[in-house]
Design a protein around this ligand. Sequence first.
Ligand code: ATP
Length: 256
Amino acid sequence: MTVRIRKLDVALGGRPVLRGVSLDAPAGSWTAVIGPNGAGKSTLLRAVLGLVPSEGAITVAGEDLQALKPRRRSQLIAYAPQSPNVPVGMTVFDYTLLGRSPYIPHLGRESAADRVITAKVIDRLDLTEFAARPLVELSGGERQRAVLARALAQQTPVLLLDEPTTALDIGHQQQVMELVDQLRISDELTVVTTIHDLSLAAQYADDLVLLSHGRVAAAGPPDEVLTRATVEEHFDARVSVAPGPAGRPILSLERP
Ligand SMILES: Nc1ncnc2c1ncn2[C@@H]1O[C@H](COP(=O)(O)OP(=O)(O)OP(=O)(O)O)[C@@H](O)[C@H]1O
């Protein structure tokens, strides 16, 4: 399902945080939102979910998101936040099962199928040995995978991931990115993720959207957006950019 954002403005605490942001994420595509700290990346995802008030238009498959009931919206879009509230005492299994909430009838219980889907997602994220453990007792990377598990258990056509790999070791980064990519291809998921690792973004995303001071500073395929000059201008970093697999750029920091 295509996600379309037009002229999105968000103000927080009386200060503009997003200004006139537009983007198109076609069905089955992967869009990575990049940008320096405080650029507005997380706010953009939160605005799509209706978690912060915004002005402008946000549609999924042509449906106006702001007009949708929360339950319907949860059937369309799953979100893995950067710093979720972790309910004290809740196990990894029960937390992941929350992803099935949009399909459980009011005052009803989850079905056997909901529990099977939950167990499968937990397994695919290497969390089976932690399933019965309280989430708060997990390491940062284990917890991050549990947050992703909850979002994947929701089985929505659109997946919004806020910094899904920051706490992960290199092996689990690859596992998570590959899993999301497989689901994107097999189920035609539309993936929008914020991400700080620019080389990782470039390896997986079809398009990058560079936010700077709340505006779109550049957008397009990774090799067009990730130039040495653009990275220097917006991140104040000196990097070298080399073509990697399939011409996708790989960045390395250069010591001044
Ligand atoms: N509730 C709030 N009230 C006021 N300002 C806020 C609020 N939430 C975020 N901001 C401000 O909005 C700006 C954008 O924040 P946001 O978290 O979207 O940035 P980001 O690009 O995701 O940053 P990072 O890379 O550090 O995660 C920041 O300057 C932040 O301080």
